[in-house]
Design a protein around this ligand. Structure first.
Ligand code: NAD
Length: 254
């Protein structure tokens, strides 16, 4: 891929004290965790995301939703962070203030070494009960096709993720909004910009004068508000960006 990083982007990052990265499913695509669009193939192709990732879907077909998440959990267990995740983890160490806000639920940023991660949509590997949100780490095995129940209250178990139509965790959203307001540069990586309120964060940052950079192989709903667009996969573009700003070799050992 021939991609050079524009000097303007390099300058903004060199001079910035407060940088925020907003990431979406695209950054994990190269780790083998499919985006929702890519996951609509194979076994799960016949369902739309709303049939798998909404409270209504869980109320109607809890066993189907549980099975879909079991499938995704298995994918994530096998996945390893890629060079894009690692480049962002390195940026956290190189910048005076760096906040990573993710819509992903796969934990790969933390696995890459990022310490301060705001998870807007929860975490796939955590399990809670549907009624009381008790966090549960062990449960009685159930026959194939049945959803296990909370050992404390008996309600069905579900992954601790935010489904379409559910509110975001208030503290995480508040922290993300605050970071966006303060950002001098915001990197918007691997997100289609269609899922709100996450997709509003770049707009908020831009209103406050932040310089916006998109990293995505494709045009998105947010491309029009970007100051710079780096077209390519995050696993290639982000390491190049880090090296362009901080020098070749800065990623050695990462
Ligand atoms: P999305 O599926 O709507 O969009 C993915 C974006 O990533 C697209 O714009 C695509 O062009 C881009 N992309 C694909 N490959 C890329 C690459 N190699 N490098 C950079 N960009 C790449 O994802 P979204 O905007 O995050 O919103 C979907 C919702 O689905 C989110 O709420 C998220 O929580 C959830 N989700 C999470 C995961 C995960 O945790 N890994 C996976 C699927 C869906």
């Amino acid at each position: 891929m021939t991609l050079s990083i524009p000097q303007e982007v390099v300058r903004y990052l060199r001079e910035a004290d407060r940088v925020v990265a907003l990431t979406g499913a695209g950054i994990s695509a190269e780790s083998g965790v499919p985006t929702f669009r890519d996951a609509q193939t194979g076994l799960w192709a016949r369902y739309r995301p709303e049939e798998l990732a909404t409270p209504e879907a869980f109320a109607r077909h809890p066993e189907r939703v549980w099975a879909w998440y079991t499938w995704r959990r298995n994918l994530v267990r096998q996945a390893r962070p890629n060079a894009g995740h690692r480049a962002l983890a390195r940026m956290e160490r190189l910048l005076p203030s760096f906040t990573l806000v993710t819509q992903n639920v796969d934990g790969l940023h933390q696995a890459a070494g990022s310490q301060r991660v705001i998870e807007l949509h929860g975490n796939l590997m955590r399990t809670v009960c549907a009624a009381q949100r008790h966090e549960v780490s062990r449960w009685e095995p159930t026959p194939e096709g049945q959803v296990p129940r909370c050992p404390r209250c008996g309600s069905l178990l579900r992954p601790d993720v935010v489904w379409f139509g559910e509110p975001l965790p208030a503290a995480a959203l508040q922290a993300a909004v605050e970071a966006a307001r303060q950002a001098q540069v915001m990197l918007v990586v691997g997100t289609s910009g269609l899922v709100h309120p996450a997709a509003s964060l770049p707009l908020l940052a831009a209103e406050r004068g932040a310089y916006l950079v998109e990293v995505n192989p494709q045009e998105t709903a947010l491309s029009g508000v970007m100051d710079a667009v780096l077209r390519g996969p995050a696993g290639t573009v982000l390491p190049r960006l880090v090296e362009a700003v901080w020098g070749a070799g800065v990623l050695k050992g990462w």
